[in-house]
Design a protein around this ligand. Structure first.
Ligand SMILES: [Fe+2]
Ligand SMILES: [Fe+2]
Length: 189
């Protein structure tokens, strides 16, 4: 969970989000979402494959076994509490956040099974069975729904409502979760 994720070249969404972006925490989260969307497409490809590509399995495992939990904590422990504190009642953000928190819990409950399944596929180089295919497809579909809500509702409202101090606090939490301790020079949208 606290492993350091090295900055990588960007462009294909198949590498971790560039840590240089962390001082713009909402942009960083949006980039994580682009990557997560690509991971969902890769999960679908694995579910469809007669023999999944080793590279696909490794990319998905790298994300789901590390970045995914850190990203969820960025939202759960960083972004969502700030939004609950800043948003006006007419934003009705509390109901949206409740739904997202339930989705985070569901994903984290499924995760050990998904990781075990993906590791088995990596070792066996065999086709996923029907149950495995269904599990991978269901997880990818529910994560896509989750991404739509976060991109369409959460991030636009966060950009409108969070203060510079909020963004700085969000960045600091994100740095802490990644084992980084660089001084924060000031976050911006
Ligand atoms: Fe997210
Ligand atoms: Fe989320």
């Amino acid at each position: 969970m606290n492993r350091k994720i090295a900055p990588q070249q960007r462009g294909d969404c198949l590498t971790p989000t560039d840590l240089n972006l962390i001082r713009k925490p909402l942009d960083f989260i949006a980039e994580d979402h682009l990557r997560e969307r690509e991971i969902c497409a890769t999960l679908d490809r694995i579910a469809e494959a007669s023999v999944p590509e080793r590279g696909d399995l490794e990319i998905v495992l790298t994300f789901l076994d590390g970045e995914f939990a850190v990203h969820s904590a960025d939202e759960q422990d960083g972004l969502f509490p700030l939004m609950l504190a800043r948003c006006a009642p007419e934003d009705e953000i509390d109901k949206v956040i409740l739904r997202l928190q339930a989705a985070h819990r569901h994903a984290s409950l499924c995760m050990p099974k998904i990781l075990a399944l993906l590791r088995d596929l990596l070792v066996s180089a065999a086709a996923p069975d029907a149950d495995a295919r269904a599990l991978l497809r269901e997880f990818a579909a529910s994560e896509r729904q989750h991404l739509i809500v976060e991109n369409a509702i959460i991030l636009p409202i966060a950009r409108a409502r969070l203060t510079e101090e909020d963004l700085m606090a969000l960045t600091q939490g994100m740095q802490r979760r990644r084992g980084l301790d660089q001084p924060n020079g000031g976050a911006s949208r």
